[in-house]
Write a protein that binds this ligand. Structure first.
Ligand code: FES
Length: 363
């Protein structure tokens, strides 16, 4: 053995490694929200934590509010680590002064209310925010705290809002592993998460729901089961390596849904003709705008954009009312149909590679 004792090591760089108050790195770190503990860790007792070389006592009052206070009680310096969590704050274990989550002393046993107000005692405190199952503290100068950064699916999972406007694409399967263990959505599959998000955020306009119900009532009610079939034509034919032919669909329908009625979703006029030729009156379809060329409907300048969106929503929701589904893995409507319903095993088939399994962050 060659002893490690006495070997040369470089001198510590205190400018980089020291984070005490007033040190260069300490001041830099104090301009950011810092995680101090998990939300789950704040229960019946306060917690003493060391953050950036400072001790702080973190607690959650019985009303659910979180505070971060200097540990030494403003009265006689007893550690608030041993305090009692109450409805309105944290009560010091020595003489019983009660501090709220902002640090204000709001109760002094054996003193009059007038005296307490006149004393106007404040325990030093830091701003706190909770996010993604973590508690964050801002230890910088008052009033300089930056907006808390918020990103992607985690925001949707924790957000109380029911309307979200997003300017970025969320490929949910890639983000599932980022859901914190403390969140109620942890451990759920991508399909379950899509359904939860749709329940929370997808509000189909009443007039479109009325169209869906009317079509369902007129064309889909009856004793025979219905298989929904999505054939995506036009530009998709050249866009993807795998484009199943009509015959592949026919074989599956004949195998899994012989004699069933067929609800056909497609953007291609020729597809309607092909299915009608083979299955006749078994086929039903909406009056969605369709293309007779390789130019997809969404690139047609003449097409009404709102109507195009309504057509897709209508087709997707009608497909969800069917008993089986065959679609194309590289198509967005097919993929969302495959996850928005908890299909029985074998009742939902996506042909070819699926967008839901593709990993866009690495491709
Ligand atoms: S030391 Fe805390 S109330 Fe007296």
């Amino acid at each position: 053995m060659k002893s490690a004792y006495g070997r040369q090591t470089s001198a510590p760089d205190y400018e980089l490694t020291c984070v005490e108050p007033g040190s260069p790195m300490g001041e830099l770190m104090r301009r950011y929200w810092q995680p101090v503990c998990t939300s789950d860790e704040l229960r019946d007792l306060p917690r003493k934590e060391k953050l950036l070389c400072e001790d702080i006592v973190v607690f959650r009052d019985k009303k659910g509010r979180v505070g971060a206070l200097d540990p030494h009680c403003a009265h006689r310096g007893t550690s608030l680590e041993w305090g009692r969590v109450e409805e309105e704050g944290l009560r010091c274990c020595y003489h019983g002064w009660l501090y709220d989550t902002q640090g204000q002393c709001i109760d002094m046993p054996c003193e009059t209310e007038e005296f307490r107000k006149a004393m106007d005692v404040w325990q030093p405190a830091y701003p706190v925010t909770e996010y993604g199952g973590l508690v964050f503290v801002y230890m910088g100068p008052p009033g300089t705290e930056p907006l808390f950064p918020r990103f992607d699916i985690i925001d949707l999972a924790w957000s109380p809002e029911t309307v979200i406007v997003s300017d970025f694409y969320i490929h949910l399967p890639d983000l599932v592993s980022s859901i914190p263990i403390s969140h109620e959505w942890f451990g759920k599959t991508s399909a379950e998460l899509y359904r939860l998000l749709a329940d929370k955020y997808l509000r189909v306009r009443p007039e479109i729901v009325a169209e869906i119900d009317a079509f369902d009532c007129t064309h889909m009610r009856g004793a025979e089961p219905i298989i929904a079939v999505h054939y995506r034509g036009t530009d998709k034919v050249v866009e993807t390596d795998f484009m199943p032919s009509h015959e592949i669909y026919f074989d599956l329908i004949d195998r899994d849904a012989a004699d069933w009625r067929i609800f056909l979703l497609t953007d291609e006029a020729q597809c309607i003709e092909g299915f009608l030729e083979r299955y006749g009156s078994r086929v039903t379809f909406t009056n969605a705008i369709r293309s007779s060329s390789k130019i997809p409907v969404h690139l047609s300048r003449a097409a009404d954009r709102v109507r195009l969106g309504a057509d897709v929503l209508k087709d997707v929701h009608l497909a969800l009312r069917c008993q089986k589904f065959i679609g194309l893995g590289m198509s967005n409507p097919s993929c969302i149909i495959s996850v928005l319903k908890d299909w029985c095993e074998g009742d939902c088939i996506l042909l070819g590679p699926s967008l839901l399994r593709a990993n866009f962050t690495r491709n």
